[in-house]
Design a protein around this ligand. Structure first.
Ligand code: SF4
Ligand code: SF4
Length: 97
């Protein structure tokens, strides 16, 4: 369980996110997640659980509307398989709520 959740708070409690209709996060090759990436670390290091995978899944799920733009995922994927860009102007996280 993430340290962020120790006191039942999530980073999402402290920010406002205006989500675009189009994701600012893409998985470059979904087969890499399925066939090569055994431990799927993106499902652990993302502080707001943008990435998820359950036993029956054949592709990683990406809920980009939860992204707080911490920039961990483009660095943390061991296969450089995440294409991440800043959300378009007017969208994304606001840390000055
Ligand atoms: S860490 Fe990268 S390769 Fe592994 S499941 Fe996540 S996006 Fe796919
Ligand atoms: S930038 Fe941070 S919050 Fe957004 S998806 Fe990547 S790890 Fe998660």
């Amino acid at each position: 369980m993430s340290n962020f959740l120790k006191d039942q708070k999530s980073p999402l409690d402290s920010v406002e996110i205006i989500a675009d209709d189009i994701s600012h996060i893409d998985i470059k090759n979904k087969k890499v997640c399925l066939k090569k990436c055994e431990n799927k670390p993106c499902t652990y290091y993302c502080p707001t659980r943008v990435y998820s995978w359950s036993g029956e899944d054949t592709e990683i799920k990406v809920d980009y509307t939860r992204c707080v733009e911490c920039l961990a995922c483009p660095q943390g994927c061991p296969y450089n398989n995440i294409a991440w860009q800043l959300p378009k102007g007017g969208y994304g996280v606001n840390y000055q709520r």
